[in-house]
Design a protein around this ligand. Structure first.
Ligand code: ADP
Length: 571
């Protein structure tokens, strides 16, 4: 309408996202998206500005997992989009909801070699459930609504929106914008939706319960899909009603406290090796669970898989597949059991074996952990960190873990007592996620302390994001296990080193004794360099109390730990 007030695409896009109710966006600004970021802030969306889109993308993916709302990543065109693919693919592989938004070159200049030109829709294709480009300003609201909706629908994953420069600058009448925006509804995470079990599930629920009842050696396995679904309430009821031991995957840890008597974490090999019926909830039978195949699992084990994805059930061909949300399906199972609970009790032979094996293994590990080994191995500092984390009580800190040895050793020693308090390298074993995950965790759960426990190599991927921690004053403590390289220092036999570059440092090694703590100090955060139990304890006490950004640089024996962690056969 002539003379009517107008807004541009930047403002319209910001308003569209604001209407979804998603109030955090991670990214790196630049041409052509700076105005969009500023507009988003004006609309009440917190914009967390990173140094690199890769870390921002990892943050967006983890934010999606922790909150159940799609994490938003904003990048510039071309190289920014390419860097962002790290986060987008991470969301896809971990099945976490995320929307990547990239600016792109002017539509009139496509194909002419424009500034940062890339066919971004093609580039994102392998990593998204949905992608779309706004060809004109009026297409923005519907695109935003679709991308946010698809990211969390069914099996969660990544979506992509492309905003060309000309579309961001194009104007639209305010009345028309309002009309289009009215079509966007606030996003509701799956865990906040009413529990409506599909009627066709009823028969399968009965079958599942009777399989569990008849089992001699039943086991419940819970993964990060169950954590995402916030299935902890019904899971706790199920374990109480049945007395069946449970085994979490690495990120399922904490759904029920690992201090629970029926936690089979410390009897993992026995539990998976000898169970006869396994109820697997929100976890794929992929490499992390040894594909559900012998020799790690019994050849005749019956799997009952609970997964929101039909595709996953069809792929694994379990004895029984229950397609649905983990929280809802477990609630239905509990309803079916309720009138006739089958609490197995610790005198049940299987439960008794799991409990005694777990306590035997905990004792064995306790003997190793009791020793103070200096120069530090991996176990001694990990025990000190475990005790400091447990001493925090509730709300429990969120632990971010990466690095080969640091993550492997940490997974066995650190105990999770609350759901969604562990983020690690995940399904792809992605290293470099640490700082991004820390920032996402601090944004998603501001009441919790965030503690990264990572190797020096993992830290190096995104170390400069410690500046982001300081800038946003986040309660994040980064503990670096510094053994001078990937897996450790130079471990080669001198006689094996040949060729013209034999005097180069080993491909696995970094500068020994690197002062990573001073990187944090460069930005005004607190740095600690520690090499003894007393120094580590004192640094943890102070840093956990102050809850300000800190790096604790822990000197580890460069010969401690194994090359490739526990996956040497693959390297
Ligand atoms: P883990 O790494 O903990 O073993 P995975 O990432 O392998 O877990 O598996 C998570 C599974 O959870 C995926 O197959 C995904 O489809 C599924 N999932 C995601 N959301 C839900 C949900 N709300 N309810 C049930 N399953 C879900």
């Amino acid at each position: 309408m002539a003379g009517e007030k107008k807004i541009d695409g930047n403002i319209l896009a910001a308003r569209a996202f604001a209407r979804t109710g998603i109030d955090h966006m991670f990214g790196v600004v630049g041409i052509p998206v700076t105005s969009f970021a500023n507009s988003a802030v004006k609309e009440g969306i917190r914009f967390i500005a990173f140094h690199n889109e890769q870390s921002a993308g990892y943050a967006a993916s983890a934010y999606g997992y922790l909150t159940g709302k799609p994490g938003l990543l904003l990048t510039v065109s071309g190289p920014g989009c390419v860097h962002g693919l790290a986060g987008l693919s991470n969301a896809m592989i971990n099945t976490w909801p995320m929307v990547m938004i990239s600016g792109s070159c002017d539509q009139a200049d496509v194909g002419k070699g424009d500034f940062q030109e890339l066919n971004q829709l093609e580039a994102v294709k392998p990593f998204v459930k949905f992608s779309g480009k706004a060809h004109k300003v009026s297409e923005i609201p519907a695109l935003v609504s679709q991308a946010v909706g698809f990211a969390a629908k069914g099996r969660p994953g990544g979506c992509y929106i492309d905003f060309p420069t000309d579309v961001l600058h194009e104007s639209i009448d305010v009345s028309e914008a309002d009309r289009l925006l009215a079509g966007i509804h606030p996003f509701v995470p799956i865990w906040a939706l009413p529990s409506l079990p599909p009627p066709e599930l009823k028969q399968d629920i009965q079958t599942a319960v009777s399989m569990l009842r008849q089992a001699q050696r039943p086991l419940i396995v819970v993964g990060k899909g169950a954590a995402y679904a916030r299935a902890e309430g019904p899971l706790s009821d199920l374990v109480r009603l049945t007395g069946i031991p449970f085994l979490p995957t690495p990120m399922g840890k904490g759904l029920l406290s690992e201090t629970h008597e029926l936690s089979a974490t410390a009897a993992r090999s026995l539990a998976i090796g000898q169970c006869d019926v396994a109820l697997v909830v929100g976890a794929r039978l992929n490499w992390l669970l040894h594909f559900g195949e012998p020799p790690r699992w019994a050849s005749d084990v019956k799997f009952i898989l609970v997964d929101v994805s039909r595709e996953e059930i069809e792929l694994r061909k379990p004895s029984l597949g229950l397609i649905g949300d983990a929280r809802v399906v477990l609630q239905e199972i509990n309803k079916e059991i309720k009138d006739e609970p089958f609490a197995l009790g610790r005198n049940h032979p299987w439960v008794g074996r799991i409990i005694s094996k777990a306590s035997e293994n905990v004792k064995k590990m306790g003997a190793v952990l009791a020793k103070d080994v200096v120069p530090f191995n991996f176990q001694t500092p990990m025990r000190i960190i475990r005790d400091a984390l447990l001493a925090q009580g509730s709300p429990a800190p969120i632990v971010v873990s990466e690095g080969a040895n640091t993550m492997d050793v940490g997974r066995a020693i650190l105990l999770q007592t609350e759901p969604r308090t562990r983020l690690d390298a995940g399904t792809w074993g992605t290293m470099g996620v640490g700082l991004g995950y820390c920032i996402a965790a601090a944004m998603a759960s501001p009441e919790r302390l965030v503690v990264a426990v990572e190797g020096d190599s993992g830290f190096g991927f995104s170390g400069l994001e410690v500046e982001t921690l300081v800038r946003y004053k986040l309660p994040v403590i980064v503990i670096i296990f510094n053994n001078g390289g990937v897996y450790g220092g130079d471990r080669r036999n001198v006689e094996d080193i040949q060729g013209p570059y034999k005097n180069d440092p080993a491909p696995t090694s970094f500068v020994p004794g690197a002062a990573y703590h001073t990187v944090m100090e460069a930005f005004g955060g607190k740095g600690y360099l520690v090499g003894t139990p007393r120094e580590l304890q004192s640094a943890l006490t102070e840093a956990f109390l102050k809850r300000n950004p800190a790096v604790i640089n822990v000197t580890i024996d460069p010969y401690a730990g194994a090359e490739s962690g526990r996956m040497q056969h693959k390297n």
